[in-house]
Design a protein around this ligand. Structure first.
Ligand code: ADP
Length: 277
């Protein structure tokens, strides 16, 4: 495996009016190409600050950020702008142009970049298919559900073929159905376009299919591993006041009452299988 992003000893201190805030404390981590990398933690843990450091939207106070082997701190502004284009950012508020159709929203960044209209349209239609919205190409954002709007926003960011997309709580404003649709679209883009995904969420269920997960608390990375490794440690997660997926919690409680099942059960199917055995 090859890392796309590496952070070494990254710290970030904000100098606010009422004193200093250490938002990130000595963080070292590596994100592999093609992975889905989940970041979980309570509000204020430092997740947004961390992902803003990945493309120097926020400049670390200390440490190094290396993307594709280039240390970002040593790049000129022009080189940095170029590197930034390789990392697309998506937030909880869907950034869409309300006067443009879905198709034209996705074409927009390509037009700005001077891509031929027919090429832009081709790419946009291709992305609409991946995020399962082909039938909405001519609709306007106001005619879409929240989950559909967010999928259009994600397709728009994907138009420029970033190597990595960073999603900062992309499902926070959505109902369960919308959350599911957005998550499926993200996984589909990861598979079909091989884009690396960094996903911040406070819904634990959303990272059970990730390749790696880190847990942040008070500016530190306090846990790191596969979802199975992380969710095997129910008591530690509780210590950090994080919810555990319902099925995992149920399995943990069954185990505590003497039922012989393994740690780190993540799905109903796994639980049923374990119980049947
Ligand atoms: P999370 O995304 O996990 O909710 P954040 O990265 O937004 O956490 O914030 C981490 C800490 O840094 C919080 O205490 C927050 O108040 C503080 N913080 C974030 N941005 C700023 C800023 N621009 N100025 C001062 N403090 C900030």
């Amino acid at each position: 495996m090859e890392p796309i992003i590496e952070l070494t000893h990254v710290s970030k201190t904000f100098h606010a009016q009422n004193g200093e805030v250490e938002a990130l404390r000595d963080i070292s981590l590596s994100i592999e190409k093609g992975d889905i990398f989940g970041i979980i933690g309570l509000s204020g843990a430092g997740k947004s600050t961390l992902v803003r450091c990945l493309n120097l939207l926020e400049k670390p106070t200390d440490g190094e950020v290396v993307v594709n082997g280039n240390s970002l701190m040593s790049l000129s502004n022009k080189q940095l702008r170029k590197e930034r284009q390789r990392i697309g950012m998506i937030f909880q508020h869907f950034n869409l142009l309300m006067q443009r159709t879905v198709l034209d929203n996705i074409c927009f960044p390509l037009e700005i970049a001077g891509v031929k209209k027919s090429e832009a349209r081709k790419r946009a239609l291709e992305l609409l298919e991946v995020v399962d919205l082909s039938e909405k190409a001519k609709a306007y954002p106001a005619q879409l559900s929240g989950g559909q709007k967010q999928r259009v926003a994600i397709a728009g960011v994907m138009a420029m073929r970033p190597q990595c997309i960073v999603l900062d709580e992309p499902t926070a404003m959505l109902d369960p159905n919308g959350r599911k649709e957005v998550l499926e679209a993200v996984h589909q883009l990861n598979r079909q376009e091989n884009v690396t995904v960094v996903l911040i969420t406070h819904y634990m269920e959303e990272v059970i299919d990730a390749d790696r997960v880190v847990v942040m608390d008070d500016g530190h990375v306090v846990m790191e591993g596969t979802p199975k490794e992380i969710f095997s440690q129910v008591e530690t997660l509780k210590k950090y006041r994080l919810d555990v997926p319902q099925v995992t919690l149920l399995a943990h409680e069954l185990k505590q009452s003497g039922v012989d099942i393994p740690d780190g059960i993540l799905t109903t199917e796994e639980l049923v299988n374990a119980l049947c055995q």
